[in-house]
Write a protein that binds this ligand. Sequence first.
Ligand code: GCU
Length: 401
Amino acid sequence: MRNSIISLLIIVCSSFVSGQDTLQLPPLLRFNDGSEVKSVRDWEKRRKEIRSIFENEVYGTAPVVPKNIKFRIVQEDKNALNGKATRRLVNLYLNKLSNPVELLIYYPNKPGRVPAFLGYNFWGNYTITNEKEVPLTSLWVPDREKETDNRAKETMRGIRTNRWPVEMIVDAGYALVTLYSGDIDPDYDDGFDNGVHAIYKKEKYTWGTIAAWSWGLRCVMSYLEKDDKINSEKVAVIGHSRLGKAALWAGATDERFALVISNNSGCGGAALSRRKQGETFTAINTRFPYWFCNNFKKYNDKEELLPVDQHQLIALMAPRPVYVASADKDAWADPEGEFMSALLAGDVYRLYGLKGVGQKTMPEVEVPLQNGHVAYHIRSGKHDITWYDWQQYILFANKRL
Ligand code: GCU
């Protein structure tokens, strides 16, 4: 199949945005057999083709998401954030996983079900808040200062409040649902003996850690459908960087997510691979050999042979709204490549009569493009998720959720 796809490569003229010559990208609107995708109905079939290539060649296959996930509310404080919010800790019990998956949820104190942002954190729930009641994780955590011995420490409480403007989110009428990515799969090369990989080991799924994290988000979504305070038809899945890659793949594989947000997700996320700007396949597969499936390693130094590129991943969200964001000092994530993916995905949105990003050239920093169903902004500054980014996501969610 690969050969037939390669022979169908179309030339997408990208010089107007990138100053590069031309890029040859696999087509969005042609089937693997070369015939044209002309309607939404055609696209619904084409989407399956594209999704299965990503599954087989990039992220790997994953088990189905369990339907009836057991859960328990283990803590509730109706007076969190000085009375603005209700904070709950909810434990999910996933099929033989030795640890419960611990959700930290802040709900605005207002009647009715509310829309929500759902996203992983990198270091544990207790790092996103200063509220002392949120417990430390007992699991392995990345060794941030080379002094924590891979264990959570009270001194790390609140170190990531800069990335999580909980009050802003709650004030805007949204719940925030977050969990530590290591609750699903620890972020190190463990031969897949830990986390959810271990419990499904016998079944020979090919998933890497990014796909495992995506699967975890989908399990949380199954829980949110039962949460008495959440409007599960209005859940935005969000992630920064590696967790942005996971958010995108979760959005692509699960249409229950009504909005998908990629913050600085870069290689294997929103950035076009064929540009080979910033992080390349060889770089990512060398440092993080466990993130993607084994097939993906075949494309080291051969980005142009992978039968998909990342504009097709963004297009898999259509017609649901999607937001791609970059930072101007984040060359490793290739901001232009992220913009181009968002721009090109617009072709599929147009089939639905919807607008894409709305302009062909990259906007100036801090001039967000939010009028279509594909939104984009580039912020000044480094690789990070900041309050500025969240302000934009909330504005877009207000419009599109
Ligand atoms: C590394 C990695 C990126 C990833 C980033 C992050 O820089 O190379 O692919 O996105 O970490 O998760 O912060």
